[in-house]
Design a protein around this ligand. Structure first.
Ligand code: GLC
Length: 534
């Protein structure tokens, strides 16, 4: 029996709406385009709120919509307190929040505190100022190593490939200092030891909370703090892009927790608001530290993203996830995909098998206690798309010297209706920013809405059952004995979820079947399928 005490000491339960929420991630560029420029926008999202209501989600999380030159598609923020014109303006944002609230959908948004854009006013000031100046002290500017400072200050790699340092030309035209960027060179890292940096984030939090936002996703929440002296990495292997090993000085430094405590203090002034951190930390104890009662409310846990379609791996992922946050009385979170990783259909093998497994895992995820995150397009069973080199837009492609294709394949615009691209994503005046595969007509929202066997229908049924039935309550799960390559667990409220990852049909546990991800075979659960029973 795994026990989780979901009663976070500092939370009033009425304010903790998010504890069992289904949060839908909108990747704004790819959701819906209202103005025909080929890139999704806020008015496009607003137009589709009826769809999200029908789907039955409790909240949306918007990937960044703030002012940005889009070197990393919005994760390079030039002004954290304004909307980028590509997406609309503050009035569009306010209208989206108001209408979402009318439909009882909460709105959370991405914040990017680890770095700014190189087009942020602070960075321009830093470049114009001299070494050692207060303007440079908001970032990490350092002299280079070696004669003439021609070598980067340490051996850190950028997560997108190449060194994590770029050398600047000083205002007098000479080659000068280097600045740190854990991601693209257009994303200089902020120095979180500088109080101006934390004051500015508090201002940004209040700016959006005062506009009625319900919370934030904190980008790279395990980054932010850097160790004194910026010591070299023990391993700086290029093959581990977007990955970090234990003991990596770039991430998960003890100093990060003070930053999250300060974020929490601001959020506590706004009852009902929530912060979820992007925390790529494998150690259970260190992961749990991010969601101690005075830190972030939630942390993304990527264990299901990292697990193969294998009963043992999935069970371990679930146990670790629950244990990691249970120690500190926090709520678990579940994610199968997002804008940075392969879509689950593709991860599980692609084609019909990949789709069946993704449907099965949707039922596993949605039966678990805690918060379920759902990446736009998962509910349609979208796979990754094959893109030709010339279509690639992710900065990883260029920075890795064309060895890493990056994350575009999971960011394809959503197919809404019709039989050919752009499938209603845009009105066709401009091509979508990434090409939509021509064979996606069977995956459109329109074609799946009326189809009782579609993945969209499965999601709608699952979300409705989860929201309405008391069997989905309870923070505990109990594992049942099950045939090899299968798993079954029971929530305290009573729902049982069984998953068949074996090659043979299996008998279902006792109970009344309420939903299955595939038709039963002679009363048995099909391979690559899951079922809910009460
Ligand atoms: C996070 C985002 C990713 C972005 C990176 C840099 O990992 O999810 O999309 O590229 O941070 O901001």
């Amino acid at each position: 029996m795994t026990e989780v005490d979901l009663a976070h000491p500092t939370e009033d339960s009425a304010d903790a709406w998010w504890r069992d929420a289904v949060v839908y991630q909108v990747y704004p560029r790819s959701f819906a385009d209202s103005d025909g420029d080929g890139v999704g926008d806020l008015a496009g999202i607003r137009d589709k709120l009826g769809y999200l209501e029908l789907l039955g989600v409790d909240a949306i999380w918007l990937s960044p919509v703030m002012r940005s030159p889009m070197a990393d598609h919005g994760y390079d923020v030039a002004d954290p307190r304004d909307i980028d014109p590509l997406f609309g303006d503050l009035a569009d944002f306010d209208a989206l929040v108001a209408e979402a609230h009318e439909r009882e959908i909460r709105v959370t948004m991405d914040l990017v505190p680890n770095h700014t854009s190189d087009q942020h006013a602070w960075f321009a000031e830093a470049l114009a100022a001299s070494p050692g100046s207060p303007a440079r002290a908001r970032y990490y500017f350092r002299d280079g190593r070696g004669e003439g400072g021609t070598e980067p200050p340490n051996n850190w790699r950028s997560m997108f490939g190449g060194p994590a340092w770029t050398r600047v030309t000083e205002p007098d035209g000479s080659l000068g200092q280097w600045y740190l960027h854990l991601f693209a060179s257009e994303q200089p890292d902020l120095n979180w030891d500088n109080p101006e940096v934390s004051d500015d984030l508090a201002r940004t939090l209040r700016f959006w909370l005062d506009r009625g936002i319900d919370g934030f996703r904190i980008d790279v929440a395990h980054g932010l703090a850097k160790p004194d002296q910026l010591p070299d990495m023990a391993h700086n292997d290029e093959s581990e892009l977007l990955d970090s090993a234990e003991g990596d000085p770039r991430f998960d430094q003890d100093g990060v927790h003070e930053i999250h405590r300060n974020i929490r203090k601001v959020l506590d002034e706004y009852p009902g608001s929530v912060a979820v951190g992007e925390v790529w930390v494998d150690d259970d104890e260190r992961f749990g530290d991010y969601v101690r009662p005075d830190e972030l409310h939630l942390a993304f846990n990527f264990r299901l993203v990292q697990a193969d379609f294998d009963a043992t791996a999935i069970r371990e992922a679930i146990d670790h996830s629950i244990r990691a946050v249970g120690r500190v009385g926090a709520t678990p979170t579940w994610t199968l995909s997002n804008h940075d990783v392969d879509r689950e259909v593709t991860r599980y093998g692609g084609g019909a098998v990949g789709r069946d497994r993704a449907r099965a895992m949707a039922l596993v995820k949605l039966a678990l206690p805690g918060v379920a995150f759902l990446y736009n397009g998962s509910e349609l069973g979208l796979p990754n798309a094959d893109l030709p080199d010339e279509a690639l837009r992710d900065p990883m492609w260029e920075r890795s010297g064309h060895t890493e294709r990056g994350r575009d394949a999971c960011r394809i615009p959503l197919p809404w209706e019709g039989t050919e691209p752009p499938f209603g994503f845009t009105d066709g005046k401009s091509a979508p920013w990434l090409p939509i595969p021509t064979d996606w007509s069977g995956l459109t929202v329109e074609s799946q809405l009326e189809d009782l066997d579609s993945t969209l229908t499965l999601y709608r049924s699952a979300l409705e059952l989860r929201a309405k039935h008391p069997e989905f309550s309870g923070a505990e799960i109990e594992w049942y004995g099950s045939p090899s390559e299968c798993l079954a667990f029971r929530r305290a409220g009573g729902v049982i979820c069984a998953l068949n990852a074996s090659a043979e049909p299996i008998s279902l546990p006792p109970g009344t079947l309420v939903l299955a991800s595939a038709p039963l075979i002679d009363g048995k659960l099909a391979p690559n399928a899951a079922a809910w029973l009460v």
